[in-house]
Design a protein around this ligand. Structure first.
Ligand code: DC
Length: 223
């Protein structure tokens, strides 16, 4: 039986994971957050102080896997659940650098393809529609202005201690966008056959509804 694969790509902070989770709950699909895989490799490299020239050969020791517990994705490094510790700003920036390394992308490619071959998935990332699942049934490119993305992040962080200044958040977003869009291997870009959804003026519910509408239209309501 063939599976249904939905690809959602877009820049950091566009709301991909929150929106993709809402859509997958509505459709009963598994939500796969591929950024967590890159973050876990970044954590592995950081914790083990692996030098750039040793990254490729060290990957065979990085035992990264995804598990779905009550429908929610958890990411493991060996048998340690690292799903929460990979969410720091340091690991965000390190993941953006690490993900530019072709050997790292190659290492994670099979993991992502296997999950999509075995399950109905909504998979989010940067190169899902262009590289990982070029034959996805539906491709969405989800974006919002850098200022709006920084605003949302600032609101989220302002409830926590040590909230960075808005300008720092915006600078980080612009820097990550640049890195993700200008790397040589699998850069962030809209696939030719992806539908653009700009959430700058949409709230989460409206964004999720719009994506469900596109999926239903493209799959002829077969989902
Ligand atoms: O979606 P995220 O912010 O958790 O992703 C972390 C980093 O991983 C991001 O800077 C780009 C990279 N990434 C990637 O290159 N390809 C993917 N499919 C997913 C994430």
């Amino acid at each position: 039986m063939s599976t249904v694969n939905i690809a959602i790509d877009g820049p950091a902070g566009a709301g991909k994971s929150t929106i993709a989770k809402m859509v997958s709950a509505k459709l009963g699909y598994i939500y796969v957050d591929t950024g967590a895989l890159y973050r876990t490799i970044a954590l592995f490299i950081t914790e083990n102080s692996i030098a750039d020239e040793d990254i490729e050969k060290s990957l065979e020791k990085a035992d990264v896997s995804l598990k779905f517990i009550d429908g929610a994705q958890r990411v493991f490094l060996g048998d340690r659940d690292v799903s929460d510790v990979i969410r720091t700003p340091e690991i965000s920036m390190a993941a953006s650098r690490t993900s530019a390394i072709p050997a790292v992308r190659k290492y994670l490619f099979g993991t992502q393809q296997k999950i999509a071959a075995e399950n109905n998935v909504i998979m989010d990332g940067r190169d899902i529609g262009t590289v990982v699942l070029p034959n996805a049934d539906v491709k969405i490119f989800l974006t919002a202005s850098a200022e709006e993305r920084a605003n949302r992040r600032y609101k989220e962080l302002s409830e926590k201690p040590n909230c960075p200044a808005y300008q720092e958040i915006l600078d980080d977003i612009i820097k990550r966008d640049y890195q993700d869009m200008h790397r040589e291997t699998a850069p962030l870009k809209q696939a030719d056959d992806a539908v653009l959804v700009d959430t700058t003026t949409l709230n989460l519910e409206q964004s999720a509804d719009e994506i469900v509408r596109i999926i239903t239209e493209k799959t002829g309501g077969a989902v």
